[in-house]
Write a protein that binds this ligand. Structure first.
Ligand code: NAI
Ligand code: MG
Length: 528
């Protein structure tokens, strides 16, 4: 390894797959880094390359460079920053084939699911590229003394945002949270999941092609425990997406360092099916919502509550539709379901299903690994007769496995849906949309979809998404997802009379007059 003048080491890491050639050079490494981590393609288990196992010195270097670049970025006009996002949107759409190839290469997901990522990143870039001025512009607020106190609120960038992202939607979850942070005038340092760092590096390449200044967007690769603590200590904001268990560790570190943070964590998402639901549409939407990305999706359906009057018919139709899903390890849009991401995921999914089977659950379809298709394939699986002592009843499976339970009253369905430590996403299926909305409002989840599994809420970028209870803290998307990367600064100019009694006015008189004024202000709508 040789070290260049700027302090970047030029890496000598072999890349076996040409689709990711050269990307590893975009990782920020100080000269201390020598260890590497191999990366494999889940479709066949073959090695595709390796990433540096970054440590403290690398993170410190990345944050230092980011901080330096952030100063001039924050001084640019918002319109200029919007333009970078707008050009990035075009590049993402133009270069989608390259992006889809890398996403599939690293995750083993179906190409259709990879396209969801490209779509959401493009949507997010486009959405924020038209709203920087509107959401970040200086605001006038009401001053304490009419006319005399002039108040403005400035949305000041936090500085450097550190983002830790997972492997399940690696392009979307690395980039979609970075875009508003950048627009707000921040620098970003990302630690992608070990399995999926190349697509984040590709994102960096495209952002810089779109005009993002060098050094503003840094990527450090490696394991969470090696990088997480230093990242949390040195950045100004921590954004984490991943498991609830790791989220707790990150939140503790952020708390100790008094860093602002947001966490988007796990879910055990319920779907409630009422007797008047249009079953064709419901079954189609729920099969997609359960098995998209082979179920490795924080907002995927894992629990289905179906009214007893339609239970048997629903199970038959849901099972039939699941049987029709096509699995495959190909770089085209044909198969709807791809591989799991790793041996670890395959083991976890298998353990959940085996435990349920051994405890008396009924498997209607699936239930087995498919080594004939690839080392980590697992069949879409539908279970009934699942009860509380089975691991998959309450724990997030994060695989292609759903359980169906009957219910008899709306009350009972809502209670079951809420009987979980999680509160990320839910769906309600009914022909009566007013009733659907009403049920939705009673569910303790950050997003609730009526007659859709998750796309209606998630892709409506204007509205916030995130988790209640153990599913997280904070929100992404919308105005909330941008302003979280800012500090609200209150600047007030006091004119003429100050906040004390005028010269010669005794305090008893001042207290009397002020009390009268407060009462009067409260009665006059324009002065409240
Ligand atoms: P994870 O939550 O441990 O990993 C997510 C990210 O956090 C990765 O970039 C990882 O390197 C990083 N990380 C790990 N330990 C860290 C630490 N101590 N400090 C800072 N960062 C750290 O998830 P993992 O291990 O990949 O998967 C385990 C399970 O988590 C899955 O089976 C699934 O159930 C769940 N999961 C849920 C996700 C969701 O969006 N709800 C996403 C990914 C995993
Ligand atoms: Mg982990």
């Amino acid at each position: 390894m040789t070290v260049s003048e700027t302090g970047s080491a030029s890496l000598d890491i072999a890349t076996e797959d040409e689709r990711i050639a050269g990307l590893v050079d975009l990782v920020t490494v100080a000269d201390s880094t020598t260890e590497t981590i191999p990366v494999e393609a889940p479709f066949d288990g073959e090695r595709i390359g390796a990433i540096p196992a970054c440590g403290e010195a690398d993170v410190e270097l990345a944050v230092e460079r980011a901080r330096e670049a952030q100063r001039s970025w924050a001084e640019r006009d918002i319109a200029e920053r919007e333009e970078v996002l707008s050009r990035f949107q075009d590049l993402v759409l133009d270069r989608r084939k390259e992006l889809l190839d890398i996403i599939q290469l690293e995750t083993g997901k179906a190409r259709r699911t990879a396209f969801e990522e490209v779509q959401v990143v493009a949507l997010t870039a486009g959405y924020y590229s038209h709203r920087g001025e509107r959401f970040l512009g200086r605001e006038k607020r009401k001053g304490v003394m009419p006319v005399l106190t002039d108040v403005e609120v400035n949305h000041v960038p936090v500085g450097v945002a550190g983002l830790i992202s997972p492997w399940n939607y690696p392009f979307e979850l690395a980039l979609s949270d970075a875009l508003p942070a950048l627009l707000a005038g921040n620098a970003v340092v990302i630690k992608p999941a070990e399995q999926t760092s190349f697509i984040a590096l590709k994102g960096k390449q495209l952002l810089e092609e779109a005009g993002l200044p060098a050094d503003l967007f840094q990527i450090v690769t490696g394991t969470g425990p090696d990088i997480g603590p230093t990242l949390t200590e040195t950045v100004d904001y921590v954004g984490f997406t991943g498991s609830t268990a790791t989220g707790r560790i990150v939140a503790e570190q952020a708390g100790r360092n008094l860093k602002k943070c947001s966490l988007e964590l796990g879910g055990k998402n319920p779907a409630l099916v009422f007797p008047d639901a249009d079953l064709d549409r419901t079954v189609e939407g729920m099969v997609q919502g359960a098995f998209s990305n082979t179920g490795q999706l924080c907002i995927a359906i894992e629990r289905c509550y179906v009214h007893e009057d339609i239970f048997d018919e629903f199970v038959d139709r849901f099972v039939a539709a699941t049987e029709e899903l096509e699995l495959g390890a190909t770089y085209d849009f044909k198969p709807g379901v791809g591989s799991l991401v790793s041996e670890e995921q395959l083991e976890k999914v298998t353990a959940h299903v085996e435990d349920a089977k051994a405890s008396g659950a009924t498997v209607h379809v699936g239930g087995e690994a498919r080594p004939d298709l690839g080392p980590y394939f697992f069949e879409p699986t539908v279970l009934t007769d699942v009860d509380l002592d089975m691991d998959l009843c309450c724990e997030e499976t994060f695989g292609p496995v759903v359980s169906i339970y009957p219910f008899s009253t709306t009350e009972e369905a809502v209670e079951e849906a809420n009987d979980t430590d999680y509160g990320l996403n839910a769906s309600v299926w009914t022909s009566d949309t007013e009733f659907g909305r009403d049920v939705a409002r009673r569910i303790r989840a950050g997003t609730v979809n009526v007659n859709e599994a998750y796309g209606a809420t998630y892709a409506s970028i204007d509205a916030p998404m995130g988790g209640m209870k153990d599913s997280g803290i904070g929100r992404r998307h919308g105005k909330e997802g941008l302003l979280k990367y800012t500090e609200s600064q209150n600047v007030a100019v006091q004119k003429g009379q100050g906040m004390a009694p005028p010269d010669g006015v005794p305090f008893w008189l001042y207290a009397k007059l002020t009390s009268g004024a407060l009462r009067l202000f409260d009665k006059v709508p324009g002065l409240r």
